[in-house]
Design a protein around this ligand. Structure first.
Ligand SMILES: NC(=O)c1ccc[n+]([C@@H]2O[C@H](COP(=O)([O-])OP(=O)(O)OC[C@H]3O[C@@H](n4cnc5c(N)ncnc54)[C@H](OP(=O)(O)O)[C@@H]3O)[C@@H](O)[C@H]2O)c1
Length: 256
């Protein structure tokens, strides 16, 4: 079945870096008009420029996913300009680690507000529009830490487990409304978020040691799964958390 997204309007939150950037490029390559939403302007405009130079269509909207009003305005603006919203990749995220007893409440709030509340806010306004138009596809960016866990990542793991649960719950709400909701669960992928850990001799070796493939992922490998889940090729797939992780989760939770 088709993975073409020709004529589709696709939103990528956090579309200016790492996995979100790769997804924005891949969605545009498959024919979608891509709305790159993020806080930093220069990085976002560079992605928009790259898509346009390659012959695709894209635009930047400055947005903080943790701010309800901004998310409402983001979706409303897309509908005003394009008439609809076909696909959304709710990808924006952040990481703050450390032992639970040393983590500040501010860091907990920041991680949960961006990673979890941000995805909930996005879906709240996206689903409302998709119900109005009668169809749509949402892909949330969870993580292998939305299925399994690691030490020193309490807020991140909690937020990503939340994203997996949100995904399943909302998928059930709208399954008979022609709206599909899934999550991608990347394993360690080389992006600005992970570069310091991967380049650290000890951390880097530990991370590679966890991977059956003995390597980390590239953002384009996660983006390929996002394109597939957004496309009609995945027309019977909803409520899933798809690990794209080089086999990490297969080894940790064989019954999952
Ligand atoms: N890399 C991995 O190994 C890995 C594994 C599993 C899951 N993930 C998930 O993948 C997603 C992307 O991460 P990445 O690795 O690609 O990291 P990244 O390169 O640091 O990208 C993070 C993106 O999120 C955006 N963002 C952060 N806070 C935001 C906010 N409040 N509002 C809007 N946008 C915001 C950033 O843009 P601005 O700062 O300009 O807003 C940036 O575009 C995250 O949800 C992450 O948890 C990553």
């Amino acid at each position: 079945m088709e993975t073409s997204l020709a004529g589709k309007i696709a939103l990528v939150t956090g579309g200016n870096s790492g996995i979100g950037r790769a997804a924005a490029l891949a969605l545009a390559e498959h024919g979608a008009t891509v709305i790159v939403a993020a806080r930093r302007q220069n990085e976002s405009e560079a992605v928009v420029e790259q898509i346009r130079t390659a012959g695709g269509q894209a635009e930047f909207v400055q947005n903080d996913v943790a701010q309800a009003r901004q998310v409402e305005d983001l979706v409303e603006g897309i509908v005003e300009r394009h008439g609809r919203l076909d696909c959304a990749f709710n990808n924006a995220g952040t990481f703050k680690g450390g032992p639970v007893h040393e983590m500040s409440e501010e860091d907990w709030d920041e991680v949960c507000n961006i990673n979890l509340k941000g995805v909930w806010l996005c879906m709240k306004y996206q689903v409302a529009q998709m119900l109005r138009q009668g169809d749509g596809v949402i892909v949330n960016n969870s993580s292998i830490y939305g299925i399994s866990a690691d030490a020193n990542a309490s807020a991140y793991c909690a937020s990503k487990h939340g994203v997996s649960g949100l995904t399943r719950s909302v998928a059930l709400e709208v399954a008979d409304k022609n709206i599909r909701v899934n999550a991608v669960c990347p394993g360690f992928t080389r992006t600005p978020m992970t570069a310091a850990a991967l380049d650290d001799e000890v951390d880097g070796a530990r991370i590679i040691g966890l991977s059956p493939m003995k390597r980390v992922g590239q953002p384009a490998e996660i983006a390929a799964a996002v394109v597939w889940m957004c496309s009609d090729a995945a027309s019977f797939v909803t409520g899933q958390t798809l690990s794209v992780d080089g086999g990490v989760i297969a080894g940790l939770t064989p019954n999952h």
